[in-house]
Design a protein around this ligand. Structure first.
Ligand code: KIV
Length: 263
């Protein structure tokens, strides 16, 4: 069994070993992924790939707590990150009350919040109250409606400067690592080099300190759309469909259950 990551082992990995983060939303998949991942992220992306919504905005704290509990139960030896959903960290006190609820009602090891320099005061308030925080900068899925879409960041010199400031502000506020999403690869590299905590990329190229993918994307289970940065490590959707069709055919032809599946 893999040794559970800790805040200190994650921080120490910078400059040596690339960190592996994968999302999971339930106990079954969490247990299947746990041996290969340094961290399991219970992402609010579950609102799309699990709950069938078109974005992450309507995910609730109760939903995140329910799924985090399932993941912690399925992967008791994994370092688990609980994503704070939209609207749950709009000010310092609200963020603290909601993060305490996550810590008290689940075994999550940290929370993740979206935002850069503008959210640094919230990260600071959480970390100074014993809540470990993973930051999330660059493309922020919770801003999809206010920005009018999913926009790749780091395309101009000003955006690069702002992103580096975001990363430094989150680090100074006490975050132990951060996710960087949808950022030009050369800019992501500069960001990773400008902070001393691990920067975990998604759609941010290879020159960062680790990678995260949504499990249903990487297993080819989610078919609605496939962003450029997603690599499908298997064609999960076809495998599932073919298996279920074979079962249906065998039921209809009275081939299942055969003798070996019969008492
Ligand atoms: O919600 C999520 O799965 C995430 C990843 C895209 C990093 O935040």
């Amino acid at each position: 069994m893999r040794k559970k990551s800790t805040i200190s082992s994650i921080k120490k990995s910078k400059g040596s070993q690339a960190l592996v983060m994968i999302t999971a939303y339930d106990a079954l998949f969490a247990s299947l992924l746990s041996d290969s991942a340094d961290m399991i992220l219970v992402g609010d992306s579950l609102n799309m790939s699990f709950a069938g919504k078109s974005d992450t905005i309507s995910a609730t704290l109760e939903q995140m707590i329910y799924h985090t509990n399932a993941v912690c139960a399925g992967a008791p030896n994994s370092f688990v990150v609980c994503d704070m959903p939209f609207g749950t960290y709009t000010d310092e006190e609200k963020a603290l009350i909601n993060s305490i609820k996550v810590f008290q009602e689940t075994k999550a090891d940290c929370v993740k919040i979206e935002g850069g320099a503008d959210k640094a005061h919230i990260v600071k308030h959480l970390t100074s109250n014993a809540i470990a925080v993973c930051g999330h900068i660059g493309l922020l899925p919770q801003s999809v409606r206010s920005e009018g879409g999913y926009m790749v960041k780091g395309k101009t010199a000003d955006e690069k400067t702002a992103l580096i400031e975001d990363a430094k502000a989150i680090e100074a506020a006490g975050a132990f690592c951060m996710v960087i999403e949808g950022v030009k690869a050369d800019v992501a590299k500069s960001i990773a080099e400008s902070v001393s905590i691990p920067v975990i990329g998604i759609g941010a190229g290879v020159d960062v300190d680790g990678q995260v993918l949504v499990f249903s994307d990487m297993l080819g289970l989610f078919e609605e759309f496939t962003p450029k940065f997603v690599k499908k490590y298997m064609d999960g959707a076809s495998l599932v469909r073919n298996a279920v069709q074979k079962y249906a055919d065998e039921v209809q032809q009275r081939e299942f259950p055969s003798e070996i599946h019969t008492y």
